[in-house]
Design a protein. Structure first.
Length: 274
C-alpha cells in the first residue's frame, strides 16, 4: 500500500514541476516573507504546511497543534481556537535565516481540492450563512455593483449574494473588493513553483493521503487525521453533484471563464476539466 502511495506522490510532484517549468519563469526568484505568509510551522516534527482554505485546513491545523504538544487530541480543539488562537507560528514570522533553514530542512506539504468544488464550498460557507465579515465587506460591494434594482435592505446588509453575482465579481478585472484567500489560486497562496513541496495531498483522498503523510513524518501511532466536518456540520459537504448544481446557474461563457481563471490550478494539480 505504501508503495502505491509513494508512486502517487512522485507523479503529483512531477506534474507540478513540469507545469511550473512550462509556464513559469520564476525559478530564480527570491523567496520573500510574502511567499511564505500562508505557511504554518510545526518545529517538533519539522513540518511546514501551506494552508489552502476549504481543503481540510481546520483539521490540519488541529493535527499540527497535537504534534506540537498544544493539545492531546484533535477532538478537543474548537474552531475558533484553530483559526483565531494564534497557537501556530507562521513561516513569515521568522527572519531570513530562519525561513531558509526551515524551507531547506523541514517536510513541506500542501493539500488541495478540485478548484470548482473548493469555490462552491467557499461560497456556501461565506455567503449562505450569517457572517459579520463577508456580508458587509464583500456582499455589499457585490450586490451594489452587479444587482439591478437591489433593495435598500440588501444594500445595507450585503446578505443574500447569489452565486451568479459572486462569479461576476470573481471574473471582474476591476473587482469592487480585493481577492480573498478562500477563492484565490493555490498557485498564488502557496507558490508551488518557487517552493519545492515534498508532499501534495488531495482533499478527494484526504484520509489516505493524510495518514500516509503522518506515517512519513513519524507521528505518534494514535494520531489520525480527523474526519469531522468543522462548520455547519449538519449540512451536506460540497460534492461534485452540488458543485454542478451551482455551475448550472451560470452561462456557458461564465463557466468557461471560471475554468480559465483557475486554469493553472487545474493543470498543476492534474484535475480534469469539469
Amino acid at each position: 500500500k505504501w508503495k502505491s502511495l509513494y508512486q502517487i506522490q512522485r507523479e503529483r510532484k512531477r506534474v507540478m514541476r513540469e507545469t511550473c517549468s512550462k509556464y513559469k519563469s520564476n525559478n530564480r526568484r527570491i523567496i520573500t516573507p510574502y511567499h511564505v505568509s500562508r505557511i504554518f510551522v510545526e518545529d517538533k516534527y519539522r513540518v511546514l504546511y501551506c494552508e489552502v482554505p476549504k481543503a481540510g485546513c481546520s483539521n490540519w491545523k488541529r493535527v499540527l497543534m497535537v504534534l506540537n504538544g498544544l493539545a492531546s487530541s484533535t477532538k478537543d480543539i474548537q474552531h475558533n481556537t484553530v483559526h483565531y488562537g494564534n497557537y501556530l507560528k507562521r513561516l513569515d514570522g521568522f527572519d531570513h535565516k530562519g525561513i531558509y533553514h526551515r524551507l531547506n530542512t523541514y517536510t513541506k506539504m500542501l493539500f488541495i481540492r478540485e478548484p470548482f468544488e473548493k469555490l462552491v464550498s467557499a461560497f456556501r460557507d461565506k455567503f449562505e450563512h450569517p457572517n459579520n465579515y463577508y456580508h458587509p465587506v464583500f456582499g455589499k460591494a457585490i450586490i451594489s455593483r452587479y444587482r439591478v434594482n437591489a433593495t435598500k435592505e440588501a444594500l445595507r446588509t450585503g446578505s443574500g449574494v447569489k452565486f451568479k453575482e459572486f462569479i461576476q465579481y470573481l471574473l471582474d478585472v476591476h473587482r469592487p473588493v480585493g481577492m480573498d484567500i478562500h477563492w484565490d489560486h493555490v498557485n498564488r497562496l502557496c507558490s508551488p513553483c518557487l517552493i519545492d513541496y515534498d508532499f501534495v495531498g488531495k482533499f478527494e483522498s484526504m484520509e489516505e493521503d493524510a495518514n500516509f503523510f503522518l506515517h512519513l513524518i513519524g507521528a505518534p501511532q494514535n494520531l489520525t487525521f480527523p474526519t469531522f466536518k468543522d462548520r455547519h456540520s449538519n449540512e451536506e459537504r460540497t460534492t461534485t453533484k452540488i458543485t454542478q448544481q451551482y455551475f448550472a446557474q451560470l452561462s456557458p461563457s461564465q463557466r468557461q471563464r471560471s475554468y480559465d481563471f483557475y486554469y493553472m490550478d487545474y493543470l498543476m494539480f492534474n484535475y480534469s476539466k469539469p
